[in-house]
Every structure is written in structure tokens, then in C-alpha cells.
Ligand binder design. Structure first.
Ligand code: UD1
Ligand code: MG
Length: 450
């Protein structure tokens, strides 16, 4: 195994995002940009990992901790540039002598494989990861010598018109031997358009120190950077295309792939059919043979084999749908365990609940889980028949095999096999409607004759 340390730079504010949220926390496919980078970093199994965050970025720090608990945090108090940011990791890497990989928190699609290759190419020297693009706008350009080494990285703001025409660009990702890195960083100067200490200036310093910078290249889509929301949408598009392809190759039918949106962690079984316009938020697991009908939104939910969801269903976090259950149109399920073979086919809210196997939930049933102060549980047994338009006022339980008459408001526990019914007495008046009709018609006729 290669001796690798990873530094992830995420202290930049991302001004061009025009956002109160730090750029690293903006999401693509349900995962933060930093989360994507850290997943790739973790897959490398580096000896050390350091995430550089800003002093006001507690949330970024927490996200790093959540995704990659072994990574250390370093704080860059003043944002003086990418080179300066890397020097913030020095203390954490004091005892490390292998190859250091520098990743940018805003270059999210990088793969562990490309990183491993780059580190191998650099060894104790230096290598940068570049890419060719038709639209180099905003990227640093790579200037090469005849031998193909990178002799300089020119930031766009500092580039001449001629240099701007270069299409070979800097991904921002570099690999460099630890000793070389720490010896060169203090030599960086900030005499450039932004007045920053550019990490990219290491290239010239390395060459002067007898370690000409090597070049590895990869596809543009793997190293696309995010500086504004247009580029964020580009990342989303790339990810969605990849996920759609992956899920189809794994045996899911997507009737209209371009209308289905996955999260990075969506897990889909075999022989799953997904109709058009379905959205998967984070934390979804779908079993084999599940059908998800059009216009459903699913997030933080598990759906067991053979279940049918939608059309127009919403599964929210904590929805756990049992084998063969049917969750139909305009049904919302939150934090509820729905048993095997349950049917809730129309216009229902089930939240903070358990529903036993084979129970039928009639149209318009609502678990009234919130009393304006706290949430309460509804526990419904197996083989229960819940009539249409029932309100279950939690906390409340319904025993196995009970029947609840349509239109009931259930405020007390219902024992097994009981009938529960709350209903105003029915007032039935024979012939009333006919008499009323005739009376109205007679009045109208009298009016017209005067
Ligand atoms: C950078 C590169 C550019 C490359 C591009 C690829 C430099 C000088 N330029 O430009 O050559 O083509 O990325 O996307 O490196 N950051 C800090 N502290 C700072 C400044 C930045 O942590 O003081 C972090 C940011 O959070 C970001 C990353 O470093 O994750 C890159 O910074 P950014 O300002 O986006 O640089 P670019 O202009 O994109
Ligand atoms: Mg950037």
C-alpha cells in the first residue's frame, strides 16, 4: 500500500455561489460537495487526512467529521489562498513522510483511482492532474515544456490572451512528496492578480528544486470544479447520468431515465421498475421487485421486496415499508413501520406509527401525531380494517383484527377484534328531497307568472 496523506481544502467561502451556506456544503445528488470529495479520499485509505476549514465553519467541520471521522481538522483563519491553506495542515502531518495529495472541496467528482495514479506518478516529487476542455473559463492553464513537464500554472486572471487560449487546465489536484512540499511552501509569494498565495506556484518552485512537475490527465467531467450554481447544476447532471446508467445496469427498469433523480447513496434491488418523475433523496433502500409509480418522492426510507409505491406517494425519513405493501396515490408516510401486505391506497397520512401485517387503511385516514406540542405514536395491529376518513388521535393503539367504522375519530385504545365507531346518528327523512324540489319549482313558477 502506498504511503499517502490527503489534504482537503474547504476554507474558501465560495463568494460566487451568492449563498449564506459555505460552498463545501452545497449538495449534488443529495450529498454535500465536501462529502463527495471525502468519500473518494476515504476510499484511498490514506494514512492521514486533514480537512482545512475556515474559522467560522462549524457546520463544515461537522460534515467532515460525519463523513470521514478519522480525518483531522485544521483551521485557516485568514483566507490567503490555496497555498496558504495547505500550510495549515503542516502540524497535523508533522510525522508523515510519504506522498501528500491536495484535493479541493469544490472538485467533487474525483475518483480514488485517479488519485492513486497521481500519487504513484509523483512519489517524492510532484505531479498535477490536468484535463482538456473546450471551455477553459475560470481554470488555471497548464504550460508545458517540450518534454511534457508542467513548467507553470497560470491562473486565468493572470493569463495573457495567448495563454487563455490553452485548453489544458489545472484540476487543482496535486500530489507531492511531503519533504518537498514543506520545503517549498514558505517560498510562495502573493504577487498576482488576487494577492493570494497560490498553491499552483509550487510547480515552478519544484522544477527549480530539481523536481520537474509531472502531468497526469483525466476526463473533464471527473474534475469539473464548482464556483457558481451553474457549475453545481453541471455536477448534478453528470452524477445523475452516471447513477441512472448504474442502476439500469444493475437490473432496474427506468421508463424515462432522464426524469428520475437519485442520491449518491440510493440502493436499488433487482427487477425494480421506476416510472417517470421519481425523486430519491438521501438514505433510500429499495428491495427486489418493487414498483415505484410516477411522481413519487422518497427520502430516508426502506421499501421491502415486492412493494408498490405511488403514483404520487411520499415516503419521508423513517418510512419502513414491508414486503408486498401498497402505498398509493397521495399517501404520505413518515417514521412508520408498515407491515407486510398492508394497503394504504389513497389520500392518507401515516406518521410516527406502526401498522401490522395485512391491515387495510381506508382512504383519508390520518394519524393525528402532533398535538401542537409533541409527537405521539399510533400503534395499529395486524389484519385491522380502518374505514375511510378515520382520524387516529395519538397516542393510541388498535388491537389485531379490529374494525374501525368509516368517519371515526379514535381517541381511546381499541381492543383486538372490537368494532370502534364514532358517528352522529343518521337522520333519514323519506321523500324529503322530492318535496323540497317540488316546493322550489312551485315558487319559481309563481314568480315567473307575476
Ligand atoms: C483553483 C486553482 C485553479 C484550478 C481550479 C480548479 C489555485 C490558485 N487555482 O482555482 O488553477 O484550475 O481551482 O477548480 O489554486 N481554499 C481555501 N483557502 C483559501 C482559498 C481557497 O481553503 O484561502 C479552497 C476553497 O474552499 C476551494 C479550493 O481551495 O475548495 C479552491 O479555491 P477556489 O477559490 O475555488 O479556486 P479556483 O479559483 O477555483
Ligand atoms: Mg474553485
Amino acid at each position: 500500500m502506498m504511503d499517502i496523506a490527503v489534504i482537503v481544502l474547504a476554507a474558501g467561502k465560495g463568494t460566487r455561489m451568492k449563498s449564506s451556506l459555505p460552498k463545501a456544503l452545497h449538495r449534488a445528488a443529495g450529498r454535500s460537495l465536501l462529502g463527495h470529495v471525502l468519500h473518494a479520499a476515504r476510499a484511498l485509505e490514506p494514512r492521514e487526512a486533514v480537512v482545512v476549514v475556515g474559522p467560522d465553519m462549524e457546520a463544515v467541520s461537522r460534515e467532515a467529521q460525519r463523513v470521514f471521522p478519522d480525518a483531522r481538522r485544521a483551521v485557516q483563519v485568514e483566507r490567503l489562498g490555496t497555498g496558504h491553506a495547505v500550510s495549515m495542515a503542516r502540524d497535523a502531518l508533522r510525522d508523515f513522510s510519504g506522498t501528500v495529495l491536495v484535493l479541493y472541496g469544490d472538485v467533487p467528482l474525483i475518483t480514488a483511482e485517479s488519485l492513486r495514479q497521481l500519487a504513484g506518478l509523483a512519489g517524492a516529487g510532484m505531479a498535477v492532474l490536468g484535463f482538456e476542455t473546450a471551455n477553459p473559463e475560470g481554470y488555471g492553464r497548464l504550460l508545458q515544456d517540450a518534454a511534457g513537464h508542467v513548467v507553470k500554472i497560470r491562473e486565468e486572471l493572470d493569463a495573457s490572451p495567448r495563454e487563455r487560449a490553452i485548453r489544458l487546465c489545472n484540476s487543482g489536484i496535486i500530489a507531492i512528496g511531503a519533504a518537498l512540499l514543506w520545503s517549498l511552501l514558505p517560498k510562495l509569494r502573493n504577487a498576482n492578480a488576487k494577492g493570494e498565495y497560490y498553491l499552483t506556484d509550487l510547480v515552478e518552485l519544484a522544477a527549480a528544486a530539481g523536481a520537474p512537475c509531472r502531468l497526469a490527465t483525466c476526463a473533464e467531467r471527473e474534475v469539473a470544479g464548482v464556483n457558481d450554481r451553474g457549475q453545481l447544476a453541471g455536477i448534478e447532471r453528470t452524477l445523475q447520468q452516471a447513477y441512472r446508467r448504474r442502476h439500469m445496469l444493475n437490473g432496474a427498469t427506468l421508463v424515462a431515465p432522464e426524469t428520475v433523480f437519485f442520491s449518491a447513496d440510493t440502493a436499488i434491488g433487482q427487477d425494480v421498475v421506476i416510472e417517470p418523475n421519481v425523486v430519491f433523496g438521501p438514505g433510500v433502500e429499495i428491495g427486489n421487485g418493487v414498483e415505484i409509480l410516477a411522481f413519487s418522492h422518497i427520502e430516508g426510507a426502506r421499501v421491502a421486496a415486492g412493494a408498490r409505491i405511488g403514483p404520487y406517494a411520499r415516503l419521508r425519513p423513517g418510512a419502513d415499508i414491508g414486503e408486498g405493501a401498497h402505498i398509493g396515490n397521495f399517501v404520505e408516510v413518515k417514521k412508520a413501520v408498515i407491515g407486510r401486505g398492508v394497503k394504504a391506497n389513497h389520500l392518507t397520512y401515516i406518521g410516527d406509527a406502526r401498522v401490522g401485517a395485512k391491515t387495510n387503511i381506508g382512504a383519508g385516514t390520518i394519524t393525528c401525531n402532533y398535538d401542537g406540542h409533541g409527537k405521539h405514536l399510533t400503534d395499529i395491529g395486524e389484519n385491522v380494517f380502518v374505514g375511510s376518513n378515520t382520524a387516529l388521535v395519538a397516542p393510541v393503539s388498535v388491537g389485531d383484527g379490529a374494525t374501525i367504522a368509516a368517519g371515526s375519530v379514535i381517541t381511546r385504545d381499541v381492543p383486538a377484534d372490537a368494532l370502534a365507531m364514532t358517528r352522529a346518528a343518521l337522520d333519514l327523512r323519506e321523500g324529503w328531497a322530492r318535496r323540497y324540489r317540488e316546493m322550489k319549482a312551485a315558487r319559481k313558477a309563481a314568480r315567473n307568472n307575476t
